[in-house]
Write a protein that binds this ligand. Sequence first.
Ligand code: PMV
Length: 360
Amino acid sequence: MNTDQFLVKSDLKFIDKTSYTWQTPSNIALVKYWGKSNPQIPKNASISFTLNNCHTITTIEFERKLTKDRRVIFDLFFEGKEKEEFKPKIAEFFKRIQEYCPYIFDYKMTINSENSFPHSSGIASSASGLSAIARCLLSLESKIISGLSEEYINKKASFLARLGSGSASRSIEGPLVVWGKHPEIEGSSDLFGVQFPYQVHPIFENYQDAILLVDKGEKQVSSTVGHNLMHNHPYAEIRFVQANENLGKMSKILQEGNLKEFINLVESEALTLHAMMLTSNPYFILMKPNTLEIINKIWEYRKEQNSNICFTLDAGANVHVLYPFKEKENVNQFIENELSKFCQKNHYICDAVGFGAKMI
Ligand code: PMV
């Protein structure tokens, strides 16, 4: 694997002070990543819809350090307040990327971050959070190194984000991003996410995702613990093969627009992810009774209304309801009238497919 391409080989220009603000999205996987080896190499390829409304906005102010040492100095503010408890994760991220971003030793960084979704909503903020930091670093990099192409910048931002959180590699571009080497996806890599490289059927344009907040608490199983459950898991190897096969199928579905097959594959992927947790040791049940209530209601509605609504799940109890744009009005009514009662404080977030990171 060619990680050399991400090392800094040119001389760096000096600047005293600068600042960048980026808005980067969350994403929802259609074919799931669950299981990795070091350093953040996925056991199978995955694909996700980039979201539009669920995002992080991060500003990093870079101020040249007076001392020349190999310490990474940064302050971290979340929603205007200093957050010491978030610092170890970010410090670890800087440690993992320092080889590729030696300039982080030259500046004191002040990071200000906020999410468009409530922090304790059960929506993973690591994908949007780490991709935002990565994107700010690449803005600095392209200021102090001349001639970096847009393609390289996106690739390296995704590469860095991946080292913070695997799924963050899929939060730089949109509307569909593949991460993980796959024989049927040209240009795909274990090192970074790439835009799905084929023409997508128009039915998937502006596809809707309503996120039903069944459980707003802290994640019951952290990603690190979760991925580790796949080591010595009795079904791991077959799952990795299946996920790669499913990505091949999904690629065809996305190009041809077969919604029945899309629904079947997306729901099966979600349930398989949870099945991996049910059958690991230690074992976990991450769905809540209301998750199942919602799934059953979705199935009933789909049958009765001849709808193309379906669901997917992350590693938690919240439900992502996916549906084509043309069903938006009816499905939004259905969610409000029939599903919101299963959400904590009736809370859900209407989102749709988006196009990736934006400089602000
Ligand atoms: O990026 P991580 O390490 O938080 O893992 C995320 C894994 C899932 O969200 C469950 C699936 C996926 O592909 O996003």
